[in-house]
Each structure stands twice: as structure tokens, then as C-alpha cells.
Design a protein around this ligand. Structure first.
Ligand SMILES: [Cu+2]
Length: 151
């Protein structure tokens, strides 16, 4: 009898401890994964996927599937008031995207090779500004193609 009561108590404690986490999970956004790769879907040094569409409050985790990459925001390519982000080399980074708009991201070591992508959060309110942003050669070429596909 003593054992049964102790077990019941433990179960109740576990349920109480689990409850707030469950409630938080129910209101949290979705999580999406972007891999950093040496050999991507269409070439070397790429993010997979390059274009991520999410809702405000969703999160994106940049995963170093191959080492030697990072994920960080492209300066000037985000809606007004958005916080910049910068992941460490070969480390995963999870970013919460709260404000609607287009967010550019890049791998710093391979930026010039065009290792870039965008997160589109809801309505792409800053699309015109994003298209007007001055980027160097290869990244500009790839970004122009990406942004042309966003409505
Ligand atoms: Cu890289």
C-alpha cells in the first residue's frame, strides 16, 4: 500500500511538471530546418532549403550538416526593427522570426560563392527594399533569382 501511494505521488508530480511545457508547446510556432552543406541540391556550398516560408512566431534551425559553415543575417535584408542574428561556425542556430517580411541569411565564409537564402515570414512587406539592396556579384545574381520567385 505504501508503494502504491508513493507511485501515485510520483505520477502526479510528473504530470504537474509536464503540464506547463505542454501548454507552451501548444502556443509555440512551428520549427523548420535548414541544412548547411558542402554539396547542396544544385551546387557546392549551399543552404538546403534556400527559401523558407514561415508564419510569424515560427522558428528556423540552421544545422551544420557539414562543418565549416555558419548562418547569419544579411545586413539590410530584413524588415524594419528586426534583430540581426549571427551563428557560430559549425554550430546550430535557432532563430525566431516574429515580424512579417523577407530576411536574408548567409554563410560568411562562402558568401561570395553565393551561400545565401531567405526566410519569408508571412507577408513580404520589405520585398522592394530587398530587391534594391546592393550585394556583390554572385550573391546578387542568386538573390535576384530568389526574390523574383517571391510574391
Ligand atoms: Cu558555408
Amino acid at each position: 500500500m505504501r508503494i502504491a501511494i508513493a507511485l501515485l505521488g510520483a505520477t502526479a508530480a510528473l504530470a504537474a511538471a509536464t503540464l506547463p511545457a505542454t501548454a507552451a508547446f501548444a502556443t509555440a510556432g512551428k520549427n523548420y530546418t535548414v541544412k548547411m552543406l558542402n554539396n547542396g541540391p544544385t551546387g557546392m556550398m549551399q543552404f538546403d532549403t534556400q527559401v523558407v516560408r514561415v508564419k510569424p512566431g515560427d522558428t528556423v534551425t540552421f544545422v551544420p550538416a557539414d562543418p565549416g559553415h555558419n548562418a547569419e543575417s544579411i545586413p539590410g535584408l530584413a524588415p524594419a526593427g528586426a534583430e540581426p542574428f549571427k551563428g557560430q561556425m559549425s554550430k546550430p542556430l535557432t532563430v525566431t522570426f516574429a515580424k512579417p517580411g523577407v530576411y536574408g541569411f548567409r554563410c560568411m565564409p562562402h558568401f561570395s560563392m553565393g551561400m545565401i537564402g531567405v526566410v519569408v515570414v508571412g507577408n513580404p512587406v520589405n520585398l522592394a527594399e530587398a530587391k534594391a539592396l546592393n550585394l556583390p556579384g554572385r550573391p546578387k545574381q542568386i538573390m535576384t533569382g530568389i526574390l523574383a520567385s517571391i510574391k
